[in-house]
Ligand binder design. Structure first.
Ligand SMILES: [Zn+2]
Length: 174
């Protein structure tokens, strides 16, 4: 039997990183100690939803963004049937910012999403990964990651050339 008190899940924690104010955006997660390459730093958790519910929530998100509200995408595609909606208070990994030159990546391991170090990370460094947003609607997601090769928008690495191409085209027409 489930317990009588419907306690909300406790926020996830990492033995490697903690939440602090970020120069990139709002809050971020920062290494609290030296993190070896390949370390699973924290799980990206949330509510498991099917694709129909995923589409419905994406619609809500776009309407919220159009009104000037939070336009961030917290949905993670787990597989062809299931998404994870990480927009829940207990998902501490939702604070991790995108970077165009990230030090982590997201990995799906047996139905769970992990944020994994791509290289050794020093204490105090901000934890980042590529949000892998699609090029479509890229203007809704400006990037302030500060990386030398920042595309100016949050777009998955393989499609960033399209952002640069669009900017060059606009420059030519001016
Ligand atoms: Zn960037």
């Amino acid at each position: 039997m489930p317990s009588a008190s419907k306690a909300r899940p406790k926020p996830t924690e990492s033995q490697w990183a903690a939440v602090r104010g970020s120069r990139i955006h709002g809050k971020g997660m920062f290494a609290t100690r030296s993190i070896p390459r390949g370390t699973r730093i924290i799980e990206y958790t949330g509510e498991r939803i099917d694709k129909d519910e995923g589409f419905r929530r994406e619609e809500l998100r776009r309407r919220r963004a159009a009104r000037g509200g939070d336009g961030c995408i917290y949905t993670f595609e787990l597989n062809s049937r299931t998404d994870i909606d990480g927009r829940v208070l207990w998902n501490t990994a939702r604070y991790i910012n995108h970077s165009c030159e990230p030090n982590c990546e997201s990995q799906i391991v047996r139905g769970r999403v992990w944020i994994v170090a791509l290289r050794r990370i020093d204490p105090g460094e901000e934890i980042t990964y590529d949000y892998y947003y699609d090029y479509a609607h890229y203007r809704e997601h400006p990037c302030r990651c500060g990386a030398r090769k920042c595309a100016g928008y949050i777009v998955k690495a393989p499609q960033r050339w399209r952002v640069r191409h669009a900017a060059a085209e606009a420059g030519r027409k001016r």
